[in-house]
Design a protein around this ligand. Structure first.
Ligand code: SIN
Ligand code: FE2
Length: 216
């Protein structure tokens, strides 16, 4: 009888280059999804997920919460970072240590050492939710990268150019994948296509995205 020693081992994380300054670290978060999901539960117990309104008055399909010194918010006054949760007027929950350290390791693995995020946005996509092409440009220092973690249901990520009209490439993202972009890719347009119906054993009918940034 032959015994396949490797059949039981989880696949190794791999690093895929998207374009200069942007990589997908496939399955980089897989070994830590329990801690990351525990962090999400802890934060959203204090700062519940909510669907915010764009400055134009549209309700976002993605439900969001934040942790860290700065949280990203949108309302009729615009897009911005602020230290308080507008729902409670209290400071955002502290960023769980495991999340902070994970983001630093991912940035490091992508070639951006010394990343110290002060903000982690939690995006919760239910089937039908999507995020249109946009740039992340509410941060002060564009020399700092962005670390973006996918948990739960898969989705198609779009990664485009520095102008909105440049056709984006499509990148399928699965549970545990991490996208990191910075340097010449820092201001590239990106978004996600509509989440398809499904059930994930760890998150149910949901995809979580954690976006780590240095806001200030
Ligand atoms: C975002 O760009 O804010 C979210 C990206 C994602 O959900 O993967
Ligand atoms: Fe973004």
């Amino acid at each position: 009888m032959t015994h396949d020693l490797f059949a039981e081992l989880p696949p190794e994380p791999t690093c895929e280059s998207l374009m200069e300054g942007a990589v997908v670290l496939r399955q980089f978060a897989l070994a830590e999804t329990d801690q990351l999901l525990a962090g999400i539960r802890q934060v959203t117990a204090q700062a519940p997920l909510r669907q915010m309104k764009t400055p134009g008055g549209h309700t976002m399909s993605v439900a969001m919460s934040c942790c860290g010194e700065q949280g990203w918010v949108t309302d009729s006054r615009g897009y911005r970072y602020q230290p308080e949760d507008p729902v409670s007027d209290q400071p955002w929950p502290a960023m769980p240590e495991a999340l902070y350290r994970f983001a630093g390791r991912a940035a490091d693995a992508a070639g951006f050492p010394g990343f110290e995020p002060d903000s982690c946005l939690i995006n919760c996509y239910r089937p039908g939710a999507k995020m249109g092409l946009h740039q992340d440009r509410d941060e002060q220092d564009f020399s700092q990268p962005i670390v973006s973690v996918s948990l739960g249901l898969p989705v198609v990520f779009q990664f485009g150019g520095l102008k909105r009209n440049e056709r984006p490439i499509k990148v399928p993202l699965a549970h545990g994948d991490v996208v990191v972009w910075g340097g010449p890719a820092r201001l590239r347009y990106h978004g996600v296509l509509t989440l398809k119906a499904g059930e994930h054993p760890l998150t149910g009918a949901c995809r979580y995205n954690l976006t780590f940034r240095r806001a200030r």
